[in-house]
Ligand binder design. Structure first.
Ligand code: TXA
Ligand code: MG
Length: 308
């Protein structure tokens, strides 16, 4: 049983076409060689992920991605500003690209990003190919922001320890193929930050829409029911607080007492994992303002609360 491994051992596993969990600045990723069909197949199998949901390819820098994608001028501008960091761009895949079509769910586009986590960067700098890496959780579940989450969610996968993910929320995904930018998934970079770089407003993701194939309306789900905009709690409910708790629950987790949205985003998945394991029967969440990162937090919470 591999358990925790060093970055050097992680490289060995990747070279052998195997899959490892790696830390990123957003959430832990389940990484495999982005040009290796077998590694791609192993990622889908381990996550139980539908083949219709494409993966994100991670590169050491923008230049390394030029062989695989075609750039638009504004996409280059935002990449230059936010990379390395939690921004993903969907671009047209070059016909000569070595990325297997199974990694892209047979689409003609591919999602790419350059992560900033020092361990992921070190591994990329010593690996010749891009790494495909979805979040390291079973499909549809809560994303992992610590190695302990990964260990619990995917016990057979070797993990490179990298501490707690600083952003705690997945990358923001933009469709970079056309003249007009469009948000496909709100994430760790707020839409306002991107607009400030571009100098104009951009199309926002419609709340609870399915813009990227993986944005299923039901996603990021804990194992128990979750209720939004709670002003008080019901018997046996745990409380996910934002600011001073609206009421008392023996199972209270705080997103940010100071109502800081950056802090709340960083704590979101960790708090949901803890409440999922606590003896409460369901989870009530206090209202989160729908501005800046609050839009990304509310996107995840709405999908977590969705009852199919
Ligand atoms: O922060 C992140 O982005 C993390 C870390 C590990 O990098 N990764 C991550 O991957 O969140 P995943 O697989 O959990 O989510 C990727 C999302 C999915 O919703 C998928 O549908 C979308 O990206 N996506 C991938 N390729 C796409 C494409 N060509 N067009 C539109 N959406 C795409
Ligand atoms: Mg995911």
């Amino acid at each position: 049983m591999p358990g925790f491994i060093s970055p050097e051992e992680g490289l060995e596993w990747l070279r052998a076409g195997k899959v490892v969990a790696l830390p990123t600045e957003t959430v832990y990723g389940l990484a495999g060689d982005g040009y290796n069909l077998h590694a791609i197949a192993a990622i889908y199998a381990l996550k139980g992920r539908p083949s219709t949901n494409p993966l994100i390819l991670h590169y050491r820098n923008k230049e390394a991605s030029d062989v695989d994608v075609e750039w638009t001028p504004w996409a280059e501008k935002v990449a230059h500003h936010f990379w390395p960091g939690p921004l993903t761009l969907v671009l047209s895949k070059r016909s000569t690209s070595r990325i297997p079509s199974s990694a892209c769910a047979e689409l003609t586009s591919v999602a790419i990003r350059v992560p900033s986590h020092p361990i992921f960067q070190t591994i990329l700098s010593q690996y010749p190919n891009p790494l495909a890496a979805p979040s390291a959780n079973p499909s549809g579940g809560l994303s992992p922001t610590t190695s302990q989450h990964v260990k619990r969610l995917l016990p057979t996968v070797p993990i490179v320890e990298g501490g707690t993910c600083i952003h705690g929320l997945e990358s923001t995904i933009l469709d970079g193929r056309f003249c007009i930018p469009r948000v496909l998934r709100p994430g760790a970079i707020s839409v306002e930050q991107i607009e400030a770089v571009l100098g104009h407003a951009i199309d926002r993701a419609i709340p609870n829409s399915v813009e990227a194939p993986g944005m299923l309306t039901s996603h990021y789900k804990p194992s128990k029911p979750l209720r939004l905009n709670a002003q008080t709690i019901l018997p046996q409910e745990g409380l996910l607080a934002f600011g001073p708790p609206c009421t008392y629950s023996p199972w209270t987790l705080q997103l940010s007492l100071a109502t800081c949205l950056t802090e709340a985003a960083a704590n979101l998945f960790s708090a949901l994992h803890s409440l999922d394991l606590a003896p409460c029967k369901s989870i009530a969440v206090m209202p989160i303002p729908h501005i800046g990162l609050g839009q990304s937090i509310n996107d995840r919470l709405t999908r977590a609360a969705w009852d199919l």
